[in-house]
Design a protein around this ligand. Structure first.
Ligand code: GDP
Ligand code: IMO
Ligand code: MG
Length: 424
């Protein structure tokens, strides 16, 4: 397979984990390029369910090489826990994992600062973060005061962390939180390093060699386009570039080595956390989508907000990512609906919007302009090809393709590997 960047097109949880699991056998290397353990990527294999937060989803395939790129922020204890869990479940890690020495570390104080900031916010300003310390960790990176994975292996690590804790504890105390004990943090980090230390190395020449040797790379995005720090619904976003451009800055693989960008998009919309969501449904249809789609956060367990497919958002997402092809997911979740709506434009203050407004207060006032299509009220999860789908389902998917201007490559009609229709 060509070198492919795979990103979420909406507000995350589009089913990226499942699609990566399906594509992993066709590539040599799977690399995560941004985000941290705020992500939760679910892979279902038979009756087994795996939720990966930091490890690339390719890890579940025997012999597959996986990389945690420099653009990721890594909580060492969380990663050690994930590695141990996979081992306990019989997944061999061996030398299949490489963690970039340039990836920044998420320490417990980042989580504490994340929680403090959220608690201090006025109700309508809260972001509803995962409280995993992601914003403060990326903040430290940009402020040039962060520690990186390579530092864990440095004999000076205890001193580096102790020095950093001076400022951190002053900030925590100013925010009314308890200061943290540097010695405890050092012990915790050293314990985690016993598990993850052997995997830390220089991922840049590794990926360069993979490209030169003609190996194929799958870049695993986390979160989604509308959570991107630049292109998302700022400030209700995460703190990294979760769009396609992040694949280059987050791995060191240059743009001219990327062949294809694949957008993963649900055939409806969900969002977890706060912030505007024009097509949100707070009625029984929203409840049906949540129930049928089992829409609960894979990281925090919070219920996800649900709504109709938003073609304004999808077109904008295709614009900033340059999608060559869609992987559309969860069509089966719509199976029971009599009619289905699609948002084709927004209206705000008497004006029509065909693209996503940049101003958050404008987006908060936008109302959707809908068109309606008949549902199919037939199960789709056992369909073996696109042609097998009920006619109304085919029409719905074709309309989404038409409205977004991106062709369809994969259609997912169930969480299992087998419920995947390849269109290419
Ligand atoms: P990710 O963060 O993008 O990897 O998505 P999540 O794993 O957080 O959430 C997607 C959920 O939908 C997971 O529970 C998947 O097992 C499930 N899923 C993925 N594709 C499909 C599908 O086509 N149909 C159904 N019903 N569930 C799916
Ligand atoms: P995956 O990779 C859905 C959301 C949080 C919150 C906002 C900021 O599974 O699709 P953060 O903790 O990142 O500072 O929170 O971003 N968020 C996600 N929502 N899926 C995710 O990841 C998310 N990662 C963060 O709910 O609204
Ligand atoms: Mg998720």
């Amino acid at each position: 397979m060509a070198n492919t960047v795979l990103v979420g097109a909406q507000w995350g949880d589009e089913g990226k984990g499942k699609i990566i699991d399906v594509l992993a056998p066709e590539v040599d290397v799977v690399v995560r390029f941004q985000g941290g353990n705020n992500a939760g990527h679910t892979v279902k294999v038979g009756d087994k369910k795996y939720v990966l937060h930091l490890l690339p989803s390719g890890m579940l395939h025997e012999g597959k090489q996986c990389v945690i790129g420099n653009g990721v922020v890594v909580d060492p204890a969380a990663l050690a826990g994930e590695i141990n869990e996979l081992r306990e479940r019989g997944i061999e890690i061996g030398d299949r994992l490489l963690i970039s020495d340039r990836a920044h570390i998420v320490f417990p104080y980042h989580g504490a600062l994340d929680a403090c900031r959220e608690a201090a916010c006025r109700e309508d300003k809260k972001i509803g973060t995962t409280k995993r310390g992601i914003g403060p960790a990326y903040g430290d990176k940009m402020s040039r005061v962060g520690l990186r994975m390579g530092d864990l292996l440095d004999p000076e690590f205890p001193q580096l962390l102790t020095e950093r804790m001076g400022e951190v504890n002053r900030v925590l105390e100013a925010m009314g939180a308890e200061p943290l004990d540097a010695a405890k943090l050092i012990t915790g980090a050293c314990e985690a390093t016993r598990v993850i230390g052997p995997f830390i190395g220089d991922s840049i020449p590794f990926l360069d060699a993979a490209v030169r040797d003609g190996k194929s790379i799958l870049f695993e995005g986390a979160q989604g386009t509308m959570l991107d720090i630049d292109f998302g619904s700022y400030p209700f976003v995460t703190s990294s570039n979760s769009t396609a451009g992040g694949a280059c800055t987050g791995t060191g693989v240059p743009p001219n080595k990327i062949d294809r960008v694949l957008g993963v998009i649900k055939t409806y919309t969900t969002r977890v956390g706060e912030g505007p969501f024009p097509t949100e449904l707070t009625d029984e249809v929203g409840e049906l989508l949540a129930r049928e789609g089992n829409e609960f956060g894979a990281t925090t367990g919070r219920p996800r907000r649900c709504g109709w497919f938003d073609a304004v958002l999808a077109r904008y997402s295709a614009m900033v990512n340059g999608f060559d092809v869609w992987a559309m997911t969860k069509l089966d979740v719509l199976d029971k609906l009599e009619t289905i709506k699609i948002c084709v434009a927004y209206e705000c203050d008497g004006e029509r919007y065909d693209t996503m407004p940049g101003n958050i207060r404008t987006l908060q006032r936008c109302t959707p302009v809908y068109e309606e299509m008949p549902g199919w009220q037939t199960p789709t999860c056992d369909c073996a090809s696109f042609e097998d789908l009920p006619q109304a389902a085919k029409n719905y998917v074709k309309r989404l393709v038409e409205l977004t201007g991106v062709k369809l490559g994969i259609l997912s009609v169930g969480a299992q590997r087998k419920s995947t229709l390849r269109i290419e």
